[in-house]
Design a protein around this ligand. Structure first.
Ligand code: ADP
Ligand code: MG
Length: 328
């Protein structure tokens, strides 16, 4: 073989095996009853795998701590005991409870983890909803001021018997932030981490922005809006995530109004952009409950937070910073 041929073969081998040398790695997992997807740039494949394992382990830890479906979780323990006694809470859970309370105050109670006091009577898998009288009986339990947090002792106490809390509106955002912290610790500078409707982008796609779609709420295979983004958290809350149609043909979905104890009307989806995912997750649920007018008023007041709302008629609304300067 001549030297020219040899060089040609070496070249061919390089071209054909180029994808193997790519430093992008993709990993998938399921935790918190949600698909988790991680894409990261890392030159060492073994290191990329080890990092992904560490991220997924953190999701498992959070699920064991905060799931309502796990009897031994700290959350289940709080729900069993916190009316009878002050319950000592571990620091990580206490910080999530604190964030939840802050979002409740910001949204004047629209976001409220005590939704569970009524919400646990719904069963979306079995397509069951509580009768009106049952909702009325429990509605005064559905109020965030029924939860007392004491930051000196890091304890939680419920003021009324029957109060239940659930972190479904915020825990995934917290988990995504924890995952991003792990990636940061390992020196990763470009990554994309999502848990269902909550996602956070670390850096950009090495020179280009990540392209993020907002789903069409009535056809999830289609995107209503596409955004080029980097270094940001994005969460979407939708009435299509968990729902069933009742006997009257009404959509019974998973985001509940503290005023009625029933699924919120008027909105199909809310997407929030923020610096971290616990904020975007909590606020997406809060703005969904607040509706277009109050929801946008809240977002426009907050620095570094933006929103895209799709109302029940399919009309899209943007927060001020996403609008052209000449239209408002
Ligand atoms: P997901 O990412 O699971 O779709 P969202 O961020 O859209 O979650 O929040 C919806 C979840 O929030 C519900 O499944 C429920 O667990 C919880 N939730 C429902 N209503 C409220 C409310 N008013 N305040 C806080 N959390 C709520
Ligand atoms: Mg949310």
């Amino acid at each position: 073989m001549t030297i020219r041929y040899k060089l040609f073969f070496i070249f061919l081998l390089f071209v054909l095996s180029a994808p193997v040398f790519s430093h992008w790695h993709s990993f998938s997992y399921v935790a918190m009853t949600t698909p988790i997807d991680l894409v990261l740039w890392e030159e060492d494949t073994g290191k990329a795998e080890a990092i992904s394992q560490e991220v997924f382990k953190e999701f498992d830890r959070i699920e064991q701590q905060m799931s309502r479906y796990i009897e031994t979780s700290e959350l289940s323990r709080i729900n069993r005991l916190a009316f009878k006694e002050s319950v000592i809470v571990s620091p990580s859970l206490f910080s999530v409870l604190n964030s939840a309370m802050n979002i409740s105050k910001l949204s004047q109670g629209a976001f409220d983890i005590t939704f569970a006091s009524v919400g646990y009577m719904y069963d979306f898998r079995k397509k069951l909803k509580p009768v009106n009288s049952k909702i009325q009986q429990n509605l005064d339990l559905f109020h965030y001021q029924n939860v007392l947090l004491d930051s000196n002792t890091e304890t939680v106490k419920f003021t009324k018997e029957g109060v239940l809390i659930d972190l479904g509106g915020i825990a995934k955002g917290y988990a995504v932030d924890q995952g991003i912290a792990i990636l940061n610790n390992h020196g990763v500078t470009s990554a994309h981490l999502s848990a269902g409707g909550d996602m956070r982008l670390l850096g950009d796609k090495r020179g280009a922005p990540w392209i993020i779609g907002v789903k069409n709420p009535r056809d999830e295979s289609k995107q209503s809006i596409v955004l080029p983004l980097s270094n940001i958290a994005v969460s979407t809350s939708g009435d299509y995530e968990r729902f069933f149609m009742d006997e009257k043909g009404e959509r019974v979905h998973h985001i509940l109004s503290p005023k009625t104890g029933k699924p919120v009307k008027g909105m199909m989806s809310v997407t929030i952009l923020a610096n971290n995912a616990i904020t975007s997750d909590g606020l997406s649920t809060a703005v969904f409950v607040l509706g277009v007018e109050d929801g946008l008023a809240l977002i426009n007041k907050l620095k570094g937070v933006d929103a895209i709302l799709i109302d029940e008629s399919g009309k899209v609304h943007y927060s001020d910073d996403l609008m052209r300067p000449d239209v408002h």
